[in-house]
Ligand binder design. Structure first.
Ligand SMILES: [Zn+2]
Length: 144
């Protein structure tokens, strides 16, 4: 297997994540990219008991942050809808609501990336290699 520099993977990953999150908010709900790595982490990598325990802690903390930022994004989208209704076009309230929504989205992106790399950090080198390969496959998979 070809080795991909981690920074390249990271850069492509952020780009893909941005696209997915924007798609989720503006177009249609899509399974979050993080979910795809859960199947891998839980079913395919043969984690030992210690790794499973560490993963459970990571998941709990991420789930709480994810719920918080998703709630914030829903709230900001509601504010945006109200602003569009009241300003009947693009005005300062609309602009502000868009900024706030992007802020929450950006925070969720950062938390998601941190979580993915926190999960990767508990893996043995052979498991991490599979994790990286799955990441590259996810990024290069054709759009559904
Ligand atoms: Zn996770």
């Amino acid at each position: 297997m070809k080795r991909y520099p981690l920074l390249l993977i990271l850069a492509a990953f952020i780009a893909a994540l941005g696209g997915i999150l924007i798609g989720r908010v503006l177009i249609t709900p899509d399974p979050p990219i993080e979910n795809r790595f859960h199947g891998l982490m839980h079913d395919e990598l043969n984690l030992d008991a210690r790794q499973r325990a560490r993963l459970a802690v990571l998941e709990k903390s991420f789930a709480a942050k994810q719920a918080m930022y998703e709630q914030e994004m829903r709230t900001e989208n509601r504010v945006l809808a109200e602003a569009i209704a009241s300003e009947k076009g693009y005005g300062p309230k609309v602009a502000h609501a868009i900024d706030r929504s992007h802020e929450a989205m950006g925070m969720l992106q950062k938390q998601t990336l941190q979580h993915l790399f926190a999960m990767r950090a508990i893996l043995r080198p052979d498991q991490a290699a599979r994790f990286d390969r799955a990441m590259v496959e996810t990024l290069t998979a054709p759009e559904r």
